[in-house]
Ligand binder design. Structure first.
Ligand SMILES: [Zn+2]
Length: 491
């Protein structure tokens, strides 16, 4: 057992912080969780607990009920073993090698130059502390520890559902104190692929690069309703508007780095006739003015530039260019429907995340999300129609269904009661417009009553990651009281 360092001395709950600190010395990058799996395996053995592992390497540990609570429903507690291992390039510390140095800054705990791993070390430490604290009362528990959450929920996707026997699942991977999360979005990837013929150019044709940059971007789900510019869409728009004044033919069209983020950069190479360069630059400038004005509140640093380009590749023909720009215009991006259960929450959205030119082909990759599985087919149909109108094809990959909020859930009712009793005010009940492991697990294990909460964690996935110490204690008290409440009635 790890000894308590002076930094965490005196912090409550002691068993939680002891386990949290021990985890900071164990390497646990996504897909390379073996050291932490070994750590948990040894711990389970020491405590005489049965541990099972599925082919996806996820762990499930069975914890017997405390005396008198044997008839209570089994509760599955869930969190992920892996952490994001970011570091400042100059830092001597490295989470990927199990070197996280804790720093206490008033009420915050952070790490020196690296991610802290509170996302989701908090969940694993809490599960271990629950077992070690013999003063607690709870029914039978299942500790579900997944791997590779941070790389597209891989572990949850590979989960063997027969390992989960609980009727209630509490996910411990939320990052906002005072909130109970009861829903999230499912997602579907699509790729529109359009093949078009390239044609040679007349003598003296000029190649120019148009570049869009300076937008704020952000998470393509959580940030989709912030009104920020999408660099791929902006590039499409500026070229369309320019083409009304000066004929242009596309050589290439690229933008976005990840389907999960709103694109901040996009670049097109255009071919124009000799002598059109000045008019082209003028037309781009004119279009830029209107577009910058459209985003003056949300993206004041949006920039569009024209530079000389050198290319030996023939551009697409004039007709093909018009079709490709039509396709970019037709692909929707942004929120499509708001939640009827929660204020200011997007229910359905789609984000054009990447544009890619390969040979004669343009690919437009979107990620569409909804907590309402019945809403997504219409979005996919729109993308399919855009593809066909542009003479292309659509590939669809359904990732996982949404976690649709059930506001009459018994687990939610119990958590609300307990929260109010402990803290004297009601919790905020909400859902997120992003994917959580609960969506994946819920679509594999039917009828699970699910809920998610956690302490306040800020700037996760970055070296600024920090967890609020007082909210850890609040999180712990809520968890302990919830487990007591959910097992008390049947005794
Ligand atoms: Zn997490």
């Amino acid at each position: 057992m790890a000894t308590e360092s002076s930094i965490l001395a005196g912090l409550e709950p002691r068993a939680f912080w002891r386990n949290f600190e021990a985890l900071t010395r164990i390497a646990r990058p996504s897909r390379h969780e073996e050291p932490v799996i070994e750590h948990v395996r040894r711990w389970a053995e020491e405590h005489g607990l049965e541990l099972r592992q599925d082919e996806g390497r996820n762990l499930v540990i069975q914890v017997p009920a405390t005396p008198g609570r044997e008839n209570a429903p089994t509760i599955t507690l869930q969190g992920h073993l892996d952490i994001v291992c970011e570091r400042d390039p100059t830092s001597p510390n490295d989470p990927a090698e199990g070197r996280i140095v804790l720093v206490r800054n008033g009420e915050w705990l952070t790490a020196d130059g690296t991610t802290l791993g509170a996302d989701d070390g908090v969940a694993i430490a809490a599960m271990m502390a629950l077992v070690e604290d013999e003063s607690l009362a709870h029914g039978r528990l299942e500790l579900l520890m997944t791997v590779a959450e941070e790389v597209g929920l891989e572990g949850a996707n590979a989960l063997d559902p027969s390992l989960v026997g609980g009727s209630i699942l509490v996910n411990l991977d939320s990052e906002e104190d005072g909130k109970l999360t009861v829903g999230c979005a499912g997602s579907t990837d699509t790729w529109i692929r359009i093949e078009a013929r390239r044609e040679s150019v007349d003598d003296g044709a000029v190649s120019l690069t148009v570049t869009v940059s300076g937008g704020q971007g952000g998470h393509s789900g959580m940030g989709i309703a912030l009104g920020r510019s999408n660099a791929v869409k902006v590039l499409g728009r500026v070229l369309r508007e320019t083409s009304h004044a000066v004929p242009l033919r596309l050589v290439s069209f690229e933008g976005g780095k990840s389907r999960n983020a709103i694109p901040r950069d996009a670049t097109a190479v255009c071919s124009i006739a000799a002598g059109d360069e000045e008019a082209f630059r003028g037309a781009v400038g004119k279009a830029t003015e209107t577009i910058r004005d459209a985003f003056s509140t949300t993206d004041p640093a949006l920039t569009i530039t024209v530079d000389g380009a050198e290319t030996r590749v023939d551009p697409w023909g004039a007709e093909a260019t018009a079709k490709l720009l039509d396709a970019v215009a037709l692909v929707p991006t942004g929120p499509l429907a708001m939640s009827q259960d929660f204020d200011d929450l997007v229910e359905t959205s789609t984000s054009l995340g990447e544009a890619l030119t390969e040979g004669d082909r343009l690919t437009l990759h979107s990620l569409s999300r909804s907590s309402n599985d019945s809403a997504l087919p219409e979005v996919i149909a729109t993308l399919d129609a855009a593809a066909r109108l542009a003479g292309g094809e659509l590939e669809v990959k359904v990732n996982y269904g949404g976690w649709r909020p059930k506001l009459d859930s018994p687990a939610l009712a119990a958590a609300k009661t307990v929260y109010e009793r402990l803290f004297g005010e009601p919790p905020i009940v909400t859902a997120v417009h992003a994917g959580l492991e609960t969506a994946v697990i819920g679509s594999k294990v039917h009828g699970l009553d699910m809920l998610s909460f956690g302490p306040q964690i800020e700037f996760p996935h970055s070296p600024d990651e920090r967890v609020s110490i007082p909210t850890v204690e609040r999180f712990w008290r809520l968890l302990v009281a919830f487990l007591d409440e959910s097992s008390a009635e049947t005794t």
